[in-house]
Design a protein around this ligand. Structure first.
Ligand code: ADP
Ligand code: MG
Length: 281
């Protein structure tokens, strides 16, 4: 079952002058086709300006295609009657946690989403508890969000989306402003939601290491999908990634360099353990 289906999606930002004449057009998304299955963990990579955020905003109907169609769980994002269903099905977490947390107390913040959906009070509290536990922030439920670290705030943001019981969560560079520990905790939380709760995860990131567990990676360039495949398939294509100004995970790079120097190794090594094993150590 498809949760996100993009058919030839193109999106143009149109700049106009004061009189309303078109000054310029940026094609930020260019004929993108995607078919993401319920329960998948998807990563989207791409250099700055490649169109990742614009595409992500199509997935919960913040933007809709200039041309083409985008379906969320079968609902067309152009269909205005479905907009709240779409936003409840596909929740979004952004880069800056400070812009997403509005409550004075963690548990209150997480309850806002279901409250706005008109869920009854008893169930709101059940959802708040379950969501905070899922991201390992339950013990902070009575805290003020202001005092939390970036990684903790980001996990509270994720809990807030989770409390709406979405089928899919889109995370647009959720770790970009975090320290390494905060990054790990956020990624661990996202992976757990995928594994345990079967929530579809779409993770947009700059950090290659965060994508190695994905079921599938899409690489964007100039608004289009330039590469797609499993992490192993993608990170085997080191030269192409370099051309797209992207890195590969450190250990993958090391294995690639060793191989070039004649060490007998398989392609697409992603973890330290795989490298150690392949070296027969
Ligand atoms: P990414 O998230 O991969 O960095 P974006 O989707 O933010 O890429 O941007 C894709 C392209 O669209 C870029 O050329 C960017 O300058 C342009 N763009 C993004 N947002 C706007 C906007 N609000 N108005 C006009 N152009 C925009
Ligand atoms: Mg972006």
């Amino acid at each position: 079952m498809s949760i996100i289906k993009a058919k030839d999606v193109t999106f143009e930002y149109i700049r106009r002058d004061e009189e309303g004449n078109v000054e310029g057009i940026t094609t930020a998304v260019d004929k993108v086709n995607l078919d993401i299955k319920q329960g998948d963990f998807i990563a989207i990579l791409g250099h700055n300006g490649s169109g990742k955020s614009t595409l992500a905003k199509h997935m919960n109907a913040i933007l809709y295609p200039t041309e083409g169609t985008l379906l969320v769980d079968g609902m067309d994002t152009r269909d205005e009657k479905e907009i709240w269903n779409i936003r409840q099905t596909a929740g979004m977490v952004f880069q800056n946690p400070d812009n997403q947390i509005i409550g004075q107390v963690v548990e209150e913040d997480v309850g806002f989403g279901p409250e706005n959906m008109g869920i009854e009070t008893k169930e709101i509290w059940e959802r708040v508890v379950e969501s905070l536990k899922a991201v390992d922030m339950y013990e902070y439920r009575k805290h003020s969000p202001n005092k939390l670290s970036g990684g903790q705030k980001q996990r509270v943001s994720i809990a807030g989306v989770l409390a709406m019981h979405p089928k899919c969560i889109i995370l647009d560079e959720p770790t970009a402003m975090l320290d390494p520990d905060g990054r790990k905790d956020v990624i661990r939380a996202a992976r757990a939601l995928n594994d345990v709760e079967k929530v579809t995860i779409i993770l947009i990131t700059h950090y290659m290491e965060e994508t190695i567990y994905a079921d599938k990676i899409f690489v964007m360039e100039h608004g289009a999908i330039a590469m797609e495949g499993t992490p192993k398939e993608i990170f085997t294509r080191v030269e192409e990634l370099k051309e797209l100004r992207l890195d590969v995970p450190q250990v993958t790079m090391l294995a690639y360099e060793l191989k070039k120097r004649g060490v007998d190794l398989p392609d697409g090594i992603l973890t330290n353990d795989e490298l150690i094993e392949a070296l027969g150590l």
